[in-house]
Design a protein around this ligand. Sequence first.
Ligand code: UFG
Length: 324
Amino acid sequence: MNILVVGGAGYIGSHMVKQLLKDGHHVMVMDNLSKGYRDAVLCKTFFEIDMADQAATTKIFSENPIDAVFHFASFIEVGESISNPEKYFKNNTEGTQALLEVMIQFHVKYFIFSSTAAIFGSPNYSPIDERHPKSPINPYGHSKLLVEEMLERFDSAHGLRFVSLRYFNAAGADPEGELGERHNPETHLIPLVLQAASGRRDSISIFGSDYDTLDGTCVRDYIHINDLVEAHMKAITYLRQGHPSAAFNLGNGKGFSVKQIIEAAEEVTGKKIPFIFDERRIGDPSILVADASLANDVLGWTTEYQDVRDIIKHAWNWEKKYPW
Ligand code: UFG
């Protein structure tokens, strides 16, 4: 297939490109490099373009055959989205609409969308399945939920077939060590814990110690980046087989507390990881764990990396390569 990966210079997008190339697809990347890295783009064709720039995207779609678009180009910092919501609605929602309008003009059939567990808000029950009410508690999650809703309308009106994939906590790195997580600033738990292990930072702050969880710290469902990538491969196959548009929750179905992650990281790295307790972070639900049985049943997707230590091991191999 001819596949355009929007946001292919970022963490998840770059790993996606690597797999698509391995599977023999013709891959093009479009990225404005506001967060991504040019050297993380492993395919030959690269367009440094913002998805909101319709003149530029029209040129790309008119000059290249494109069968499917995989979309990863979003801002992802929950805290920033609370203080600067307009940035999130402008890029994540309006930017995506601008891209979709051009796709429809050129009759691109398939769209795979990076959605998030943040569309659900604070869970009413756990694990979270697709029927769980969608009630985001931060603008980040809201900006993505609006896209999911927009996609349903675009499907009805224009026949655009899509799959929305709601990631829980994406983590880990390319097992071959070629790619990894390079957010700036880094806000995610596992890379920060590993920076404390490598000595790049003195300690890790644990946000909140009084949650209603096994040890008082927040629980999350960490999923290996390559398992997420594999779900996208299954999703595009599903659409090409003629199935209707759909949305799936993606996780391992197992929760780990912040303290358990620190302990697992100590085991993997063999280093003592100093931590300090800090205030709760605004917008953090206490527990987020996925029920991914729909993706298991419908897509035939299962996770290869169920041991959180394997996820941490690959992230640690990447951290040890710093500076990248
Ligand atoms: N945490 C700390 N200290 C830190 C960083 C994080 O204690 O220095 C805690 C957080 O409070 C949270 C857990 O570690 O309880 C995981 O935090 P992350 O920032 O790694 O991930 P989030 O769960 O906040 O967010 C991730 C993605 C979002 C997505 C969300 C959906 O980054 O894009 O999952 O579940 F929306």
